[in-house]
Design a protein. Structure first.
Length: 284
């Protein structure tokens, strides 16, 4: 049988096979690119600048992509540290706003430096007097003994700070023999010990001042309960100290450090237990 040619209709030509069509298109594109390159060679040299800039940008991107993983981790760690510092600063400012606090720093109360790495304890005391905090500060400063605490909390909840938090002051004194080891503190050269007097071999350990913040509450043992305003102020002050350091210090009272101390009083015992359990005076 004779093969029959299909009639493509008036004005129609046979369709090219797809493979042939692609080859023709590619050839045409190559020819056009060649013409473009020739034209580019004849063009003004200023067209080379954008191409060079683009190449440099690509190289820069390659460098960034090839940046060592350790450097990226360091940058990430730096950003996280910055964010943490900002968060701590905001928490400190918020805690400070809650305090009715007056600063009355006295040079005679400072006995050395104490940075955050040396902060371990918040020690609570009673003043064993009813006088206001301002009078207590003046008395400490005038008696020449070098004794003080960082804060004094009045019965009405107002607070006087007379020593910076990053300074050592003499509020704890000597402790029972063996207490340096028990409390994880040591007697080292940061404390100048000006005004200190040994009291016997039974209380020979001296190290707590260098690792603690002292809070005095205006109170006489056996005189009755502590006012609500005073206790709330102690709550807020502890929260402020925690925010300042960015961690929680262990809460103790003076008599825990040295046997025979009267402070804190017997009536403070349930509040002390609550502070040590959940850092506020009220029971949960």
């Amino acid at each position: 049988m004779m093969a029959h040619h299909k009639d493509h209709g008036p004005g129609c030509r046979p369709r090219l096979a797809d493979g042939v069509k692609r080859k023709l298109i590619a050839a045409g594109a190559s020819a056009l690119m060649g013409i473009g390159l020739l034209a580019g060679c004849a063009a003004a040299p200023e067209n080379d600048a954008p191409a060079a800039n683009a190449a440099e940008e690509l190289k820069a991107e390659d460098v960034l992509q090839e940046e060592p993983a350790e450097e990226r981790q360091e940058e990430r760690a730096a950003r996280e540290a910055e964010a943490a510092a900002a968060s701590q600063a905001a928490a400190l400012a918020a805690a400070r706003e809650k305090l009715d606090l007056t600063e009355d720093y006295r040079e005679s109360f400072v006995h050395g430096e104490k940075d955050a790495s040396c902060q371990k304890y918040i020690m609570l005391h009673d003043t064993e007097g009813d006088g206001a905090a301002s009078g207590v500060v003046d008395w400490w400063d005038s008696n020449g003994q070098g004794v003080a605490a960082h804060f004094i909390v009045n019965k009405d909840g107002s607070i006087v700070q007379c020593v910076p938090l990053d300074a050592i002051t003499h509020h704890a004194g000597y402790g029972d023999a063996g207490h340096n080891e028990e409390y994880g503190v040591e007697d080292e050269s940061r404390d100048d010990k000006v005004g200190t007097v040994p009291i016997g071999s039974w209380a020979s350990d001296y190290g707590m001042n260098s690792y603690s913040i002292g809070i005095e509450m205006v109170h006489v043992g056996g005189s009755g309960d502590y006012p609500a305003a005073q206790l709330q102020a102690v709550d807020d002050l502890i929260a402020y100290i925690d925010a300042y350091y960015g961690f929680e210090s262990q809460i103790v009272d003076h008599k825990a450090w040295r046997t025979g101390n009267s402070d804190t009083s017997a009536e403070f015992a349930p509040y002390l237990a609550n502070y040590q359990d959940h850092r506020t005076h009220a029971a949960l």
